[in-house]
Ligand binder design. Structure first.
Ligand code: ZN
Length: 400
């Protein structure tokens, strides 16, 4: 069954949840969330853990504040998925009867300072695994958002939060909480307002990593129209300036476990045959790079173009493009994907016209596994009509 047909069938069984704003939310949160869109119920909701040491306490009013914030972030993803052609899809959350988001309160065995930014994540994740084993069926997916309250010491406090882990790590990600982490400061040009954008944008961006997203920059056209991609520098703009999800991000989220609608029984991330490339070519027309790939075992093909270095956190500027698939696969499951990358859509940082350039082709499989296939070439010596030799398909690797 085609995915779209399946989703339509599933939506009849599980009506869309209209995200009603709970009565106890702040007036400002009700105002901000008033234009909420409905979100499809999820088969495997995101697990959210509020993690403490054996000697600290949650920041004041954390359940209401973080519920409001997580509603806001879920709505950002839902609206951007809708705009990108995946209506009413967002990550699912476990909900309480009063409309708050379920935050699993997990208390570690060690003093909170042992769960610090540099090295604290390993012990924290180990103790969350113990919690999951002791509370059967409460952890509902492979994706985990861990939130810890800020340290309070000579360096950090509620007006200058920090000290705790804050990054994505595989399907896990870490964000922080502090007393003023509250939607009522959203968009305000005050210290609390700027802090909120930093840590709210940061949470939404690190969550993106925890939901399988790599960094990416937008095309020149999209950035002029929509602002900053969340997985570029959007962690500094969300809530303050226009921020969006690229179509590349949306395609990856389409095959993310916690975005699967209720009733979707896909075995996410289970081992499965890797994409086989039957034919591929990359041609320079004089104004654009044109890629065609014929492959199987793939739902989406996208590409990232960037200048070196390619290392993690050196890739914020990789511009994302998305391929259009042939309408139907052949009997053996192969399908041709075509992708045009106009050089005019690269910003000056990637379109230097000299030196090495890299194209990473991303293959997203139906069950969410991802492969990356990198080709590099000398952009200075390209002439119109040139065929750029692609690297061997065997060199593609799983994950990012
Ligand atoms: Zn990042």
């Amino acid at each position: 069954m085609k995915t779209t047909t399946l989703i339509a069938a599933v939506s009849m069984l599980f009506p869309l949840v209209q995200a009603a704003v709970p009565a106890h939310f702040s007036d400002r949160a009700k105002e901000i969330l008033a234009d909420s869109v409905a979100v499809q119920p999820a088969e495997h909701p995101l697990n959210i853990v509020y993690f403490l040491g054996n000697d600290n306490e949650p920041a004041a009013d954390y359940e209401r504040r973080l519920s409001e914030i997580m509603h806001y972030v879920q709505q950002f993803y839902a609206k951007e998925m809708t705009r990108n052609g995946y209506p009413n899809r967002s990550f699912g959350m476990q909900m309480l009867e009063n409309g708050n988001v379920k935050l699993h309160l997990v208390r570690g065995k060690r003093p909170h300072r042992e769960y610090a930014y540099g090295t604290g994540h390993g012990k924290c994740l180990e103790e969350i695994r113990e919690y999951a084993a002791a509370h059967a069926n409460t952890i509902c997916s492979d994706h985990l958002l861990v939130i810890m309250p800020t340290f309070h010491d000579e360096e950090y406090n509620d007006l200058q939060p920090g000290g705790v882990p804050f990054y994505g790590l595989g399907r896990n990600c870490f964000a922080l909480d502090y007393a003023h982490f509250d939607l009522r400061h959203l968009g305000q040009n005050t210290h609390e307002g700027r802090l909120l954008t930093k840590w709210l944008g940061g949470l939404a961006h690190e969550l993106g990593h925890g939901l399988n997203l790599p960094h990416n920059e937008g095309t020149v056209t999209d950035m002029a129209a929509m602002g900053t991609p969340l997985m570029g520098a959007g962690n500094y703009t969300l809530g303050m300036k226009p921020t969006y999800l690229t179509q590349n991000s949306a395609m990856l989220l389409d095959r993310c476990q916690v975005f699967a609608p209720a009733g979707d029984k896909t075995a996410f991330y289970a081992e499965c045959p890797r994409p086989e490339v039957q034919a591929a070519s990359l041609r320079y027309t004089g104004t654009a790079l044109e890629l065609t790939v014929r492959c199987n075992n793939t739902t989406h093909v996208t590409a990232l173009v960037q200048a070196p270095p390619y290392a993690v956190n050196q890739d914020y500027e990789a511009v994302a493009f998305c391929a259009t698939p042939e309408a139907a696969a052949d009997a053996a499951g192969y399908r041709t994907y075509t992708l045009t990358m106009p050089l005019s859509e690269l910003t000056a940082r990637q379109n230097t016209g000299k030196g090495e350039q890299g194209i990473d082709v991303l293959f997203t499989q139906p069950n969410g596994l991802r492969y990356r296939w990198r080709t590099t070439y000398d952009s200075a010596s390209l002439k119109p009509g040139d065929e750029i030799p692609l690297s061997k398909p065997e060199s593609m690797w799983q994950g990012y």
